[in-house]
Design a protein around this ligand. Structure first.
Ligand code: FES
Length: 155
């Protein structure tokens, strides 16, 4: 059966933009305190980057000790990934909060706690971001499971 464009277990991640657009993201590319990296799933079977709104991800690395259990179980070496589609009106989540453990939507200022499974810490968004479980296998960053919640704004 043909797969969809949402990330699936075993997928790698690819840069959405920048000099290394469409290239695989390695764990060492992600550093604590850096701005969130926007990414799409990379299908290892076809080698294709799966470009879609529902598959857009925002990826950050936190200090492992900053992670609460709900995020820690889905993290790989402190790296956590979420749907990048804001649950308020759908803008991409692109900014790191000064706390370095929360991420911010610049459209209307919603803040989500990357250390606590994407929980809303400041509105107007009312629903957490879906988290995408990650793992490191043979040194590669891989998707460990599907999104753990609904995507985008409530309908
Ligand atoms: Fe993100 Fe409104 S779309 S805060």
């Amino acid at each position: 059966a043909a797969r969809g464009t949402k990330p699936e277990p075993g997928d790698r991640l690819a840069f959405m933009v920048g000099e290394r657009k469409d290239q695989e993201i390695k764990p060492a590319d992600l550093v604590v305190g850096a701005v969130p990296t926007l990414a799409y799933p990379l299908d290892p079977a076809s080698g294709k980057v799966l470009v879609s709104r529902v598959g857009l991800l925002t990826v950050v690395r936190l200090k492992p000790e900053a992670l609460k259990p709900a995020s820690a179980k889905n993290a790989a070496d402190g790296i956590v990934a979420f749907s990048a589609v804001c649950t308020h009106y759908g803008c991409p989540i692109t900014t790191l909060h000064p706390s370095q453990s929360q991420i911010v939507c610049n459209c209307h200022g919603s803040v989500f706690d990357a250390a606590d499974r994407g929980a809303v810490t400041q509105g107007p968004a009312t629903r957490r971001l879906a988290m995408l479980p990650l793992a490191i296998q043979d040194g590669a960053l891989v998707v460990a499971a599907k999104f753990d919640g609904p995507l985008g704004p409530p309908t």
